[in-house]
Design a protein. Sequence first.
Length: 414
Amino acid sequence: MPARINRSAGGLAADVALYGISAVFASITALTSTLLPHRAWGSIAAWAYVAAFLVTGTQLLLRRPIFRTALTWAAWAGVALLPLMVQAVQRADGRTDRAQEEVLVVEHMGQRLAETGTPYLGPEAIGALPPGEQLLGYAPYQPGMAAFGLPRAAFGDAWWTDARIWFALVTAAALVTAVRLLRSHPVRAVQFATVLPICALTVATGGDDLPVLALSLLALACCATVRFTAAGLAIGAAAALKLFALPVLAVLLVLAYTTGNLRRFAPFALGVPLIALLPAAVDSDAFVENVIRFPLGHGIVTSPAQSPFPGYLITQAVPGGRYVAAGLLVAAGLAIAVLLIRRPPRTAATAALFCGYGLLAAILLMPTTRFGYLLYPLALLVWAHALRSPSAVGGAPAAGGASAVGGATPARGS
């Protein structure tokens, strides 16, 4: 977002635009979406966005940008958490159209982990399912994601055992901690991780991407404040949930190395996801089928993640397009790797830019992807600005005790 627009009227002009456009989006979703959980979200979120629009519009007229941070959190409660609670309660009361399929998949992972020791079904077991159930037999996540399905496996169908409730709790805890670490009240950055419709809709209807994103943002905030042990734990937890966190982990490994903090960062960053892989050892072929073959389009059934981005269009329109798209994806990854080697990041802000642009390239070029995955690069790129603030420092302190960014001496700790 251009700095002039972002700062106009103390940020209120952009706030009004954000909430106004979001209200329109939510209204259109409520009226036209073919996905019933999305329509249910829009019917509630639209009113919350309108309320936020009116409050910020009034402040803009009065030229008094007060309580922007509090309003952001309140808006998130209205546009994401309230619709989530309503859908979770309705689902517990018997509604079968109040959750996206990924919620069921995660809860099935928890059930299988509790019963068999592994959250995955093997290819033979998936092939033996009725054709209409084979898609739900796949779990294209890291084994750690099964933890969010354990409450339902242990305590049955209740609103509070819905996997989305636990997604939201982890997301909120990670984001609040990240903001407290930065101490700069990065309102725009918080908005792009919470009230942006692509994020709010995901929290209320699916939710599995938000804890991965929030933990990644927390890891960046920890790096910015020279807390590399905590950063390793946060990104390690994210990587234990979903492969999308691995590019962020790789970039932060380079940042930790260039700033002399690798010994503090690497044990948790690498150890946590490796420990989370232990349940996969029960049936390694099942893990490969779910986490590798299926997302790459080589499963028994085709992934429904088919947004019209370049990678998907190439696979559909070009002979041998799947291999062409895969080649472009590998080429983009190699280009980013070369940049990391030649010009490694030395601040958390630069690392966030690497992560944001890298994930954007990956999402655009993957043969199977979703529009909703854009929440990752959008949030990471906007958070890069917050990580440059005077209270956020990247890397080790410069000579003489001053930080390499901002000139302040960072607080030590893990």
